[in-house]
Ligand binder design. Sequence first.
Ligand SMILES: NC(=O)c1ccc[n+]([C@@H]2O[C@H](COP(=O)([O-])OP(=O)(O)OC[C@H]3O[C@@H](n4cnc5c(N)ncnc54)[C@H](O)[C@@H]3O)[C@@H](O)[C@H]2O)c1
Length: 341
Amino acid sequence: MKTFKTGIIGLGTVSRTHRNALAQLDHVELTAVSDVKPEKKDELAEGVHFYQDYEEMLDQEQLDAVHICLPHYLHLPAVTACAKRGINVLLEKPSTMNTAELRQMQALDREYGFKLAVCFQNRLNPTFVKLQELIGSGEYGKLLGVKGVAIWSRNMGYYNAAPWRASMAQAGGGCMINQAIHTLDQLQLLGGPIRSVNGQVCNLALKEIEVEDTAIAHIDFENGVTGTFFGTVTYVKNSSIEVQAVCEKGSFTIKDYGLYYAPAENENEKTLLVRDRRLPGSKTYYGASHVELIRGFYETLAGHEDTCVSIQEDKVISLIEAIRRSSLEGRTILWKEMEEQ
Ligand SMILES: NC(=O)c1ccc[n+]([C@@H]2O[C@H](COP(=O)([O-])OP(=O)(O)OC[C@H]3O[C@@H](n4cnc5c(N)ncnc54)[C@H](O)[C@@H]3O)[C@@H](O)[C@H]2O)c1
């Protein structure tokens, strides 16, 4: 495999996870980084070039790929800059802030010859991979319902440290697009095509921020599966995410980083099927699959099997928008309304 020259744009919180992952990979060299804050240069290893202007970095360095770890409102402009130069992109979630931006990014993906992969690392968690495999086997009967619960903690310190996170124009939303996006993404993957969405978003505790701190939703899937979602950042800790799939013959629950099965005839008889990896030194609640995802991205660039999540497959941005619209307009949002956008 050739050695890929890579860059990172945005050296904030999540970039540390990317830098740690890159350090574990052969054949990938972190060549250059960009951040508007000049003091970020001090965090770098010797030899890594630093730019305050990412367009200058893209022009000066011969990069094979770039990791975009920017505030949400900068995702579309930064992807556009890479697309126009034919530079491959690994883009942190959320791809975009809304469906209109998503459509623009999907068009860039079709128009320019570059690879664009979205960072949904929790799709690779062993618990979730196994859950999809078991439901898909058909052995447990029809899927009846899916549930996702993301109860985390964010205080004003989190929003004051990076004010874009509290701004509707710069983040595109709160607990749904920033924290519970992986859980919503998993619900739509499990449930399949969506028919309609009902939702409520509100601020229960954090009244000073523009974006929601809490959201609930009821999702009707075309195949008759019912989805229930609850997300909030108003708790005192980052509880383990819970994802449940109820089949005719039994239920599967991902909780506390394990996947459990309970037969329908005795729900108390739980069996642990598989556990997720834990990543030492990283935030457990991010999940531990960034390394797998980043490795898969470079293997794809090297011509191996394509394991990346394409922007064309990103449905969660429209799901989040549908939940918000349902809440604002006080009505059921049909999925075809989102698709027509
Ligand atoms: N996959 C995950 O589980 C996960 C976890 C956390 C964050 N994220 C995502 O990662 C992204 C970044 O989040 P964060 O919490 O690290 O944000 P952050 O605010 O901590 O970091 C963003 C960085 O970008 C820099 N920046 C701003 N404008 C810039 C510009 N024009 N050019 C270069 N640098 C610029 C800022 O100075 C800052 O250092 C977001 O999309 C977020 O949702 C993903």
